[in-house]
Write a protein that binds this ligand. Structure first.
Ligand code: PMP
Length: 365
């Protein structure tokens, strides 16, 4: 059914499948949208940072103008916050924008891209959209096998994607393994280290990956404002790399790829330490609430280092359908080849409780 006008590798693309929007489910099942809870897209359940809200209200007056294409204020805020230079930063329309740019810039159709089985689905999509071939490396206990990924690198490999922590598995590479990977990786391969969930790691589990940028000019670290900072709907993320890599990304990205409201909100959100602390507090408590329930119900799950948990049930599609009918949206993982698994994002205590109650009813009934 796809248009013959496009080349075959584009016609073969399987679309990214995000969480079902609340409005869609409400329409489909004739439910009150207010009665639906969505724990499907690893969003922040806390609501908007009040500082970000204020910043956006102020920025409204400027909306007849184009945004700052160079993102001067936001880059300055990121540089301050993470102790890097503005010349090392590229801003994206979500971090997906940066992932896509990396594939588009550093890879030709003659090249290969290495990523892990069960790694974030967009890596495969970005690779295929670039016309390149993906080398998917078998996971170990649902996590990245960095040794095997290193061994999979071919002379035509130009890019490696590593998600740490990974979505949808919540797995974390062992401390030191990323450094070891970079030390052994050929320097002509760009390593994209996707840290979309890094803020959820306790300090003792976090490694200073930005410090590695000094040593590895082939490293690109990706961060997002969509998760811990609670700005998923604004679409804003960023990459930090060597100035040479950042300059290339900045040259190829679309002009004005980050809108003015997003830039203003991101500056404020990066500065809202209290919001971030509360996010972590809610996540830690919710993670405990959900894992305790899984253990009590005898449901196996993958221990997670992020703001979601993937758990194993017999028939994922069946349970997912039941949950949808009860107004609870979670995430099936069929596109990851994990038909027996579902992923639930950590919500507010009452949202988690509702999820658990519906899950329990499904198992008991
Ligand atoms: N990387 C990972 C590992 C993710 O899970 C996601 C969001 N699902 C992204 C990147 C992209 O997020 P965004 O484009 O909203 O920054």
């Amino acid at each position: 059914s796809s248009s013959p006008l496009a080349p075959q590798h584009v016609r073969d693309l399987a679309p990214y499948q995000g969480g079902k929007p609340i409005a869609d489910l409400a329409r489909e099942l004739n439910l009150d949208p207010a009665s639906i809870i969505k724990l499907a897209s690893n969003e922040n359940p806390q609501g908007l940072s009040s500082k970000a809200r204020e910043a956006m209200l102020l920025a409204m007056d400027g909306l007849t103008r184009y945004p700052d294409d160079n993102g001067y204020a936001l880059k300055a805020a990121i540089a301050r916050r993470f102790a890097v230079q503005p010349s090392q930063i590229v801003l994206g329309n979500g971090s997906n924008d940066i992932l896509e740019l990396a594939a588009r810039i550093f890879v030709t159709p003659a090249d290969t891209v290495v990523y892990s089985q069960y790694a974030f689905a967009y890596y495969r999509l970005a690779t295929q959209a670039a016309g390149a071939r993906g080398l998917e490396v078998r996971a170990v206990e649902y996590g990245h096998d960095l040794g095997a990924m290193l061994a999979a690198i071919q002379p035509d490999t130009k890019l490696v994607f590593i998600a740490n922590p990974n979505n949808p598995t919540g797995t974390l590479c062992r401390p030191g393994d990323v450094l070891e990977f970079l030390e052994s990786c050929p320097p002509q391969v760009l390593v994209v280290l996707d840290e979309a969930y890094v803020e959820f790691l306790p300090p003792e589990k976090r490694s200073d990956t930005l410090a590695l940028l000094q040593r590895f000019p082939n490293l690109l670290v990706c961060r997002t404002l969509s998760k811990a900072y609670g700005l998923a709907g604004l679409r804003i993320g960023f990459g930090i790399a060597s100035p040479a890599v950042a300059e290339l990304l900045n040259r190829v990205r679309r002009p004005f790829n980050v809108n003015a409201l997003a830039q203003a909100a991101a500056v404020a959100a990066l500065d809202d330490a209290e919001f971030l602390r509360e996010t972590i507090r809610i996540n830690t408590a919710g993670m405990q609430q959900l894992t305790e329930a899984f253990i009590r119900l005898g449901i196996p799950f993958i221990p997670s280092h992020a703001n979601f948990i993937t758990f194993h049930v017999g028939d994922g599609a069946l349970l997912n359908q039941y949950m949808l009918e009860q107004g609870v949206i979670i995430r099936p993982l069929t596109n990851y080849g994990m038909r027996d698994s579902l992923r639930v994002s950590i919500g507010l205590p009452e949202e988690n409780a509702r999820f658990i109650a519906v899950l329990e009813a499904a198992l008991g009934g």
